[in-house]
Design a protein around this ligand. Structure first.
Ligand SMILES: Nc1ncnc2c1ncn2[C@@H]1O[C@H](COP(=O)(O)OS(=O)(=O)O)[C@@H](OP(=O)(O)O)[C@H]1O
Length: 229
């Protein structure tokens, strides 16, 4: 639930993110001054999600964080590998036939990065003006700038600004100067921003070639160049 703080509210008391299914009855009740936010990474690539969310509320605003799909696939694999060390190599999972350059689009780590394909399903229900894309790269280099655009998209005052972030050299990422709960500095957890598995540069090149047409289509559709080349 994201709420514009009522006058006199405690600073920092306005942001709570609730996880639940896209089901109105499970959503917290809100005041007119509040916005309910539901965050589930898999929605963007779930076939039934656009129709279900549209049927729940056609005015829903959608926010999608996207990053270079090649980096995204390696990040995804790194995360899975940390939980299941016995899985095949990245190369083994990426290709149906490596010498022919045939990429396995049924592997989720690959499929999710085909943003243009997934976006098509959403555009059958929602106009582009109701969808905001956050650059995953800029979220790291300029978190306040990206958060500013999110707040504008939501039509709320820019409350989160530069003042809220600092760059943590040890973590190598921006962190919050003050957490909402403790008031102490807070970075994201260990599972965010971990060192990626080393991948053969040739495989990376093949994946860049694979994603190029999808990326171009995506830039054209959203009218924004994410510069993933
Ligand atoms: N401030 C800050 N701190 C740490 N990490 C940051 C931050 N901003 C963005 N990122 C990037 O977020 C990536 C992890 O997000 P995920 O999409 O995997 O999260 S989630 O599973 O959807 O919750 C994570 O990906 P990896 O680097 O591959 O771990 C980060 O690159």
């Amino acid at each position: 639930m994201l709420q514009s703080p009522p006058p006199g509210a405690r600073p920092g008391s306005f942001l709570t993110i609730t996880f639940c299914l896209a089901c109105r009855s499970l959503m917290p009740r809100t005041l007119d001054s509040q916005i309910t936010v539901e965050k589930t990474p898999s929605y963007f690539v779930t076939k039934e999600a656009p129709r279900r969310i549209f049927n729940m509320s056609r005015d829903t605003k959608l926010i999608v964080v996207v990053r270079n799909p090649v980096t995204r696939a390696i990040s995804d694999y790194t995360q899975t590998l940390s939980k299941k060390p016995d899985i095949p190599t990245f190369e083994g999972l990426t290709f149906r036939n490596r010498s022919l350059g045939l990429v396995d689009t049924s592997w989720n780590a690959i499929r999710i990065g085909m943003y243009a394909v997934h976006l098509e399903s959403w555009l059958q229900y929602f106009p582009l003006s109701q969808i905001h894309f956050v650059s995953g790269e800029k979220l790291i280099t300029d978190p306040a700038g990206e958060m500013g655009k999110v707040q504008d998209f939501l039509g709320i005052k820019r409350v989160i600004t530069d003042k809220h972030f600092y760059f943590n050299k040890t973590k190598g990422f921006p962190c919050l100067k003050k957490s909402e709960s403790s008031g102490l500095p807070r970075c994201l957890g260990k599972s965010k921003g971990r060192t990626h598995v080393q991948i053969d540069p040739e495989v990376i090149e093949q994946l860049r070639d694979f994603y190029r047409p999808y990326n171009i289509k995506f830039y054209e559709t959203v009218g924004q160049d994410f510069r993933w080349e």
